[in-house]
Structure formats: C-alpha cells, structure tokens
Design a binder for this molecule. Structure first.
Ligand code: S3P
Length: 181
C-alpha cells in the first residue's frame, strides 16, 4: 500500500464534513464523492427535515432562525452515529454554538471556498428554497453573500482542509483529501 492508499483507507473510516457557503456545491459534490468512495452520504438539511417532519423553510417560519439553529445543532450531533460518511452541512452550521469544534473533533472538515460571483450565479438559479436568500435580486444577492461570507469566514477557515476552486468535482475533492498529512 502506498502512503496515499493508506491515507485514503484512514479517510474511509472517518466522517468527512463538507462546509461552505450556500451554493458552494456541498450536497452535489458530497453525493458524487460518496458514490466514488463507496461510503454513505448524509445531507444535514435533509436530516433536520426528517427528524422534525418539517421543511427548512417551515422550520425558519415556525421557529425563527434561532430555533432552526438549535435543530441544526441537534441533527449535527446525531450524525455522530455514522461511523463513516460524507456529510454535507448547511452553510450556517459551522458558525453557531461549538459546531465547528465539534466537527473538527469528530471527523475531517473541508471548506469549499467558492468565489462570491459563482455563488450568486448558482443561488439565483437554484430550485431549492433558501429562506436567507429568498426573493433577493442578483445585486442584493452579491451584497448579501459578500457580507455574510466575511462574517462566516473565520469559522469556515477553522477547517482542516481548504479548497479554493470555483469549479470543483469529486476527483478534485478526493485529491485534496488524500494529500492531507
Ligand atoms: C443556510 C444554508 C442552508 C440551510 C438553511 C440556512 C445558511 O443550507 O441550512 O437555509 O445559513 O447558510 P445549504 O448551505 O445547503 O444551502
């Protein structure tokens, strides 16, 4: 076994948390990578919806953002039950409570750092409803993303691996993971 194979073997027995702003591709990339590596895939937003029998927009509507963040933390901690999985987290998850520390202590964290204009292009065309950006024009989106990303960056940058790439695919993600020592 080479050093890289060894490292991949180690990663396959870990939880790998994908973090980053809405629209950075955590879910799509996570699914594709999990398929390639033959490990389970978990989407934190879907887990929150399943546990609470409500959609993310309904939870925001009924509990406010503060209430949603509590549900998010609870769901994140439930992911501890998975021995190994690729877990796509919501864009705000690392930025509340001790969630970022928790993820760093319970697996490998990887921040997908995507340029603001790429995020805005994806979010303006997205089919998924996201309460924080709903109804915003393209200009408003650019402003919102730039401000929020600045606020969130100190949390995201606590990730063990950072990938700066607008157009990332599963192979590139696996390369970034295996090159970590
Ligand atoms: C949020 C991101 C969303 C979802 C919720 C709040 C955020 O997840 O958790 O709408 O605060 O950035 P995605 O990053 O998967 O869109």
């Amino acid at each position: 076994m080479t050093q890289i194979d060894n490292h991949l073997d180690y990663l396959l027995n870990q939880k790998i948390f994908l973090i980053g702003f809405m629209g950075c591709g955590k879910s799509k990339l996570g699914k594709a990578t999990a398929l390639k590596l033959e490990v389970p895939f978990l989407d934190l937003d879907t887990l929150i919806e399943t546990i609470n029998h409500q959609s993310i927009p309904q939870l925001f509507e009924n509990l406010g953002e503060e209430g949603f963040r509590i549900k998010e933390k609870e769901a994140l901690q439930q992911s501890a039950m998975a021995n190994n999985a690729i877990i796509a987290t919501g864009g705000g998850a690392p930025c509340f409570f001790d969630n970022m520390d928790w993820m760093n202590n319970n697996g490998v964290t990887i921040f997908i750092d995507t340029p603001v204009n790429v995020l805005a292009d994806r979010l303006i065309n997205a089919k998924v409803e996201r309460p924080l950006v709903k109804g915003k024009s393209y200009e408003e989106l650019l402003d919102f993303i730039a401000t929020k990303l600045n606020e969130r960056r100190p949390f995201y940058e606590q990730a063990q691996i950072v990938i700066k790439e607008g157009d990332l695919n599963a192979e590139m993600l696996i390369d970034a993971l295996t090159q970590k020592r």
